[in-house]
Design a binder for this molecule. Structure first.
Ligand SMILES: CC(C)(COP(=O)(O)OP(=O)(O)OC[C@H]1O[C@@H](n2cnc3c(N)ncnc32)[C@H](O)[C@@H]1OP(=O)(O)O)[C@@H](O)C(=O)NCCC(=O)NCCS
Length: 178
């Protein structure tokens, strides 16, 4: 598996443990599988992604968080197929500014599939999609203690710098020119 990916979507990825996952663009109809995924997160994953400590989310909360109908939102999802059903196991997204040139990105992988290379591929695909859509810059904020996302950010080409004005340097701004 390549650390960076620019394959056209949808495409299959074979993870380090052999699991095959499909990466594709999310559609509004994916709400249910994403809702189930969000409600499967450990407290740590939930906090790292959404800075929230609750692990039970109402459908309305998830709807608001996902905003799948919003044209400023581009969402890619990773799905497993078994018994003819789809299970969402990851989501990466960016939200563009009004001019459509700069976007803020974020990514999350279901707990049981973390550390198998999926976050790296999904974030790479997100960057490739941003390029295809004509974005100039993508950025994201990482907690300084979040070693996994810092590593992933470095692998996919983000430049990292402490957030100015934060004396404790607890946040890192990651930025990539596309
Ligand atoms: C961050 C996250 C998306 C990464 O996805 P993932 O599929 O686990 O990432 P990958 O397996 O592709 O890569 C993880 C890398 O971090 C490294 N890593 C993981 N934990 C680490 C730690 N504690 N210290 C150092 N490196 C660590 C892994 O070794 C791997 O690097 P390598 O490929 O060079 O060995 C996933 O852990 C997650 O969803 N976390 C919770 C939500 C979150 O933090 N989102 C980011 C904020 S937007």
């Amino acid at each position: 598996m390549q650390p960076s990916s620019s394959q056209a979507l949808p495409h299959l990825v074979r993870l380090k443990d052999g699991t095959e996952v499909l990466i594709r663009k999310a559609e509004p109809e994916d709400f249910r599988i994403l809702y189930l995924m969000f409600n499967s997160f450990s407290a740590e994953t939930m906090f790292r992604r959404f800075l929230m400590s609750n692990t039970r989310l109402e459908a309305g909360d998830v709807q608001e968080m996902l905003r799948l109908e919003d044209t400023n939102v581009t969402s890619l999802i990773a799905v497993l197929h078994s018994d003819g059903k789809e299970q969402a196991v990851g989501e990466a997204r960016y939200v563009t500014d009004s001019a459509g040139r700069v976007a803020e990105a974020a990514v999350v992988i279901a707990d049981h599939l973390q550390n198998r290379g999926l976050g790296t591929v999904l974030f790479s695909d997100l960057i490739a999609e941003g390029r295809r859509q004509g974005l100039k810059t993508m950025f994201a904020y990482f907690d300084v203690d979040n070693k996994a996302i810092i590593r992933v950010g470095q692998k996919v080409g983000f430049k990292l710098a402490p957030v100015e004005g934060r004396p404790d340097y607890s946040m890192i701004k990651a930025e990539i020119g596309l």
